[in-house]
Design a binder for this molecule. Sequence first.
Ligand SMILES: Cc1cc2nc3c(=O)[nH]c(=O)nc-3n(C[C@H](O)[C@H](O)[C@H](O)COP(=O)(O)OP(=O)(O)OC[C@H]3O[C@@H](n4cnc5c(N)ncnc54)[C@H](O)[C@@H]3O)c2cc1C
Length: 370
Amino acid sequence: MHIPILVAGGGIVGLLTLREIHKIFPDADKALLEKGHYFGDAASGRNSGVMHAGLYYPSDSLKLKFCLEGNSLWEELAHELNIPFSRCGKYLVAATVDEVEVLDELFDHAKTNGVQGLRWVKGDELSTLENYCFVEEAFFSPQSGFISPSAATAAIRDVLFKKNIPLMNDYEVTGVSKVGNVFEIRTNRETFTCDIFINATGAFAPSLRRQLGLDDFEAYWVKGNYLKLNKKFYTDSLIYPVPPKGLKGLGVHTSFDFDGGVVRFGPDTQECPKGYEHSLNENLVEEMYPAISKLFKGIEREDLQQDYCGIRAKIKRHGELFSDFWLGTSLEHGVEGYFEFLGIESPGLTAAPALAKEMAKQVGHNFSKK
Ligand SMILES: Cc1cc2nc3c(=O)[nH]c(=O)nc-3n(C[C@H](O)[C@H](O)[C@H](O)COP(=O)(O)OP(=O)(O)OC[C@H]3O[C@@H](n4cnc5c(N)ncnc54)[C@H](O)[C@@H]3O)c2cc1C
């Protein structure tokens, strides 16, 4: 079967991209292939749900550009599609004296990045924070927020369903090749051809592109685990540590659910010796407790229980860790009609609506020429 536009990967990035493409080409046939039974069951459903404000990323990075744009786009989308969203803000906390200098640098960097409304925490607000945390110094970022990732994915999926766009679950893309001007897309069920192929398969994107002869990127996965707190805690705003040097994440912080106010701590950073799988270590509480008790007061090991984990889709380029987002078009890789997202790790949820708009724009230029 020939479908002019095919997207592989039904996470938040693939779903939003298809929605944006449909806005530009409402009459073109298009479809999405997802290998799982559910949409958004990989990284998109296994994260912290934090709407990042752009504090951490290099000023000239795509991560910053799309994070800032995505942060405000989500607020509009949440309103339009009735997705739970909170502009709860977040505290960045130096728990020890030796973290203060790094916190000061982070504050200055965030200002340079154009993050709005940053302020140092003082007076009564500081005393309140000290009830729950070890604090040497802290600042507050009001533009940081929280969204329900599962509600967000479900809302976008439903929008596409209502427009009768085929979203094909249990369809794993097993092979891709270009024959003349069309792509042949082989799946576990049937083979399709298409003119435009968009690879939004997250952690698996590098292995899929390799089939088109593009082998300068390889996948590198880092697991992040979460623990659930079994008692009440300060939940109004997010609380983050100073990012530990050399760690492949932002450090163990709080996050929560809209329904029932469950508080979590995570994610940590662990290698994936068993590949891409979501099992939890038996001694996770023991492993994560030092990072939690360093920042948060009054939490005992028995207050914590295992919750879930997600896998960060990092990439290596020529063997080196490549730490920015990568949006690939023929200008970079030379394969006309092929588009790709690589390395969409955090803040990928925040950035997703902006990434999708940009990709749809690129696809639009290409498709109009056909
Ligand atoms: C632990 C953790 C915490 C995070 N916290 C945050 C946060 O707080 N804020 C934030 O902004 N971002 C966060 N992120 C990042 C965010 O979750 C991701 O950037 C985002 O979900 C990426 O979406 P995606 O659609 O690219 O990938 P995915 O959600 O992984 O989707 C890819 C899809 O492709 C499918 N697929 C794979 N191979 C094939 C194939 N061959 N054929 C068909 N389908 C295939 C998969 O099944 C999957 O559904 C976090 C990530 C992790 C892991």
